[in-house]
Design a protein around this ligand. Structure first.
Ligand SMILES: Nc1nc2c(c(=O)[nH]1)N[C@H]1C(S)=C(S)[C@@H](COP(=O)(O)OP(=O)(O)OC[C@H]3O[C@@H](n4cnc5c(N)ncnc54)[C@H](O)[C@@H]3O)O[C@H]1N2
Ligand code: MOO
Length: 418
């Protein structure tokens, strides 16, 4: 058996990044930037007001008086105010986001004024610059905002849109083909005796989609070498990588192995990884297209995806961060397993305790055919070989899902003595 780290390293060392392409921003969701984003025009593009209120020119005001100013104009958002001027006894009504006229040096919010006919009384004297959002205060010309490997999340896309970017240089979105193998698999609603529903393919398709790659459903193939050969050849001719599940162990009808060896000129490595689940794993390339042979057991297939395929697809996409975080948590239960030379990855629920620490509660269903245990888990406890861990002891966990909460708790305000 090979250590987990060694197999991850071997796999990633053989994954090339896909080429750079120009992508319309509207089609770039989930892709990764190639090259840094340099600001061409400042954001905000002009000084503007953060509040609805009155633009004023405080030069010459006396600090002990509440000035009464004549209102000379109104500036809505979206207009050019560069030709307007304000004397120190004047005010201009202005709406949030509207450009500040040149001679204004502060904006007083409506709530701090009272209107008296064509005049406005300033009830609270502003400091110079109050409520003015300066040109370039978010992003200045020449600034590097994002570097290579940053994913285009909704907020990143928002930033790029605010810079007026219409096209971005990204790494190409990979097409990942997914094939299930095994005569027992069925796609029909009613199962014939001995058949089971295919769960790996749907779960793997969604796992790929969640990474921002394009998942290509290449169906099930039976335990027939010709059928397998045809399906694999088609996959490597049309996709950037192939994921198979099943047939990587030692069964009598595991033709997957024979066909992968043949098509790859024996360039596939058949790993026995020192982990449980997901011990068998095959990796190599056919015609330079990476091929991942995942084990058939449903939990094993998804854990294997998590450990080996996920970082590989992220690398193909040019992501700078390939891995999930490993965190320290307090186990809520005893964890005992006999020495077998393997790191055990226990499906667990990771939560937070009242002190802000993390807890890890192992699921009851730990069999590699028990997908419910994984479906309910958001973490994998990395339990060392032969572990004897008591409740309340620390464990390392790989966070594979979200940390959720039923309620949102707002911190109490800090008491002030007045
Ligand atoms: N003699 C040995 N037998 C097994 C060993 C071993 O070391 N020696 N390893 C076991 C482990 S661990 C795993 S994991 C599995 C891996 O087997 P394969 O990758 O060859 O997969 P299959 O035999 O085709 O299937 C295993 C299991 O999973 C079910 N399966 C397969 N594909 C799907 C699918 N798409 N959807 C749902 N379920 C699927 C299949 O019906 C089997 O029950 O080998 C052990 N055996
Ligand atoms: O390693 Mo298998 O992947 O335990 O079920």
């Amino acid at each position: 058996m090979r250590p987990l780290q060694e197999v991850i390293d071997h796999t990633l060392a053989n994954i090339p990044r896909l080429p750079e392409v120009q992508t319309p921003l509207a089609e770039a969701a989930g892709l990764y930037l190639a090259g840094s984003t340099v600001v061409q025009t400042p954001v905000p593009p002009f000084d503007n007001t953060a509040v609805d209120g009155f633009a004023v020119n405080t030069s010459g005001w006396q600090s002990d008086l509440k000035p009464l100013l004549r209102v000379t104009a109104t500036i809505p958002a979206g207009v050019d105010s560069s030709q307007l001027s304000i004397g120190s006894e004047e005010a201009i009504r202005i709406m949030t986001g509207a450009p500040i006229p040149p001679s204004a040096d502060a904006v007083v919010m409506v709530e701090d004024t009272s209107t008296e006919g064509d005049y406005v009384r300033i009830l609270k004297l502003p400091q110079i610059g109050d409520n003015i959002r300066r040109r370039g205060s978010d992003m200045e010309t020449g600034q590097h905002v994002f570097e290579t490997g940053v994913q285009i999340t909704p907020a990143v896309r928002g930033v790029l849109a605010s810079l007026g970017v219409k096209k971005v240089t990204t790494f190409r979105r990979p097409k990942i083909g997914i094939i299930s193998t095994g005569d027992e698999l069925s796609d029909s609603a009613i199962l014939a005796p001995g058949k089971i529903h295919d769960s790996n393919r749907p779960a793997l398709l969604d796992s790929v989609t969640a990474l921002g790659a394009t998942a290509v459903d290449l169906g099930n193939v039976g335990d027939d070498p010709d059928e397998i050969r045809r399906a694999f050849k088609h996959a490597v001719a049309t996709c950037d990588a192939l994921i198979t599940s099943g047939g990587v162990s030692v069964g009598d009808f595991d033709y997957t192995k024979a066909v992968l060896n043949e098509l790859s000129d024996n360039q596939i490595t058949w790993f026995q990884v020192a982990i449980k689940p997901a011990k068998p794993f095959a990796f190599g390339a056919i015609s330079d297209i990476p091929v991942f042979g995942l084990p058939g057991n449903p939990v094993s297939a998804l854990v294997s995806f998590e450990l080996f395929v996920r970082p590989s697809i992220l690398r193909m996409q040019g992501a700078s961060q390939l891995f999930r975080p490993t965190l320290s948590a307090i186990s809520t239960a005893a964890i005992h397993h006999e020495p077998d030379g393997k790191l055990h990855l226990l499906r667990a629920t990771i939560g937070s305790d009242r002190n802000g620490g993390l807890t890890a509660t192992p699921q009851n269903q730990q069999g590699s055919h028990m997908l419910t245990g994984l479906a309910r888990a958001n973490g994998l406890i990395l339990s060392p070989d032969g572990a004897r861990i008591g409740p309340g002891e620390r464990v390392d966990v790989l966070l594979i899902g979200n940390l959720g909460a039923d309620t949102f708790s707002v911190p109490a305000p800090v008491p002030t003595d007045k």
